[in-house]
Design a protein around this ligand. Sequence first.
Ligand SMILES: Nc1ncnc2c1ncn2[C@@H]1O[C@H](COP(=O)(O)OP(=O)(O)OP(=O)(O)O)[C@@H](O)[C@H]1O
Ligand SMILES: [Mg+2]
Length: 270
Amino acid sequence: MLKIENVTRMFGPKAAVDRASFEITGSAFVGIIGRSGAGKSTLLRMMNRLTDASSGEISFAGRNILALNGAEKRAWQGQCAMIFQQFNLVPRMDVASNVLHGLLNQRSTFATMFNLWSDADITRALEILDRLGIIEQAPKRAEALSGGQQQRVAIARALMQDPKVILADEPIASLDPMNAQVVMDTLRRIHDEDGRMVIANLHTLDTARRYCDRVIGMRDGRVVFDGTPDQLTTGVARDIYGADASFNESATSTSITGPADTAYAETMLA
Ligand SMILES: Nc1ncnc2c1ncn2[C@@H]1O[C@H](COP(=O)(O)OP(=O)(O)OP(=O)(O)O)[C@@H](O)[C@H]1O
Ligand SMILES: [Mg+2]
């Protein structure tokens, strides 16, 4: 169980995350939604210890995550893999090596520098690429792949760590709708087949409704909604995104536009 208790992160006088509390049991697939600046990334980064919390507690299976240091902290970061909007691959390195870099936390710097991977590691990396349908890309440079393929490589790199939790920060925000679907289907499959907990920051309501078992809505650093996709009505969404957001709902898609915030509107409509 992942337990977030009264977690706050201050940046100067401003709380990016403000006394957030929730628990996730089992291997749920959880979406975090909210407008730009709501604190979604900061919350994920605190779970992974990329950012320190100012106060509050985070525990996983009873362990106090915020107290971990050194090797223990790195071990936790191995169990709690992060996936980013911009993939964060090494562009000029081949795909298989990028996946093997998922073992970075578990290998010496020396072994990593000289790419001293064991046969078993290499076999596993190739098996994971095969599972994600991109085995034929293994020898290519990461930069030669499409965005959707690169994100699947990033997921493969995360799986290399054999993580208990996958944290995905806007994993499809840079992808066209078709690639976005492939990537979300992949994350969902990993959740369903492996029983890994997935927590994803998502920028469209539609994706959250379609893929998540549970949705957490954030506004101004606070958790303002925590429920099932069914409970995520237009009224609730309005509360999360602000009363001045406008909604266009149809059977297949929901888009939201915020006021005087072009970048925000663009990501919502992407
Ligand atoms: N390193 C930082 N230094 C100062 N302020 C920060 C820093 N990181 C985030 N913030 C602020 O904290 C608030 C929450 O930011 P965060 O990136 O978590 O939001 P978000 O919900 O992920 O937004 P987006 O949808 O744009 O990614 C924002 O007001 C942001 O400006
Ligand atoms: Mg963010």
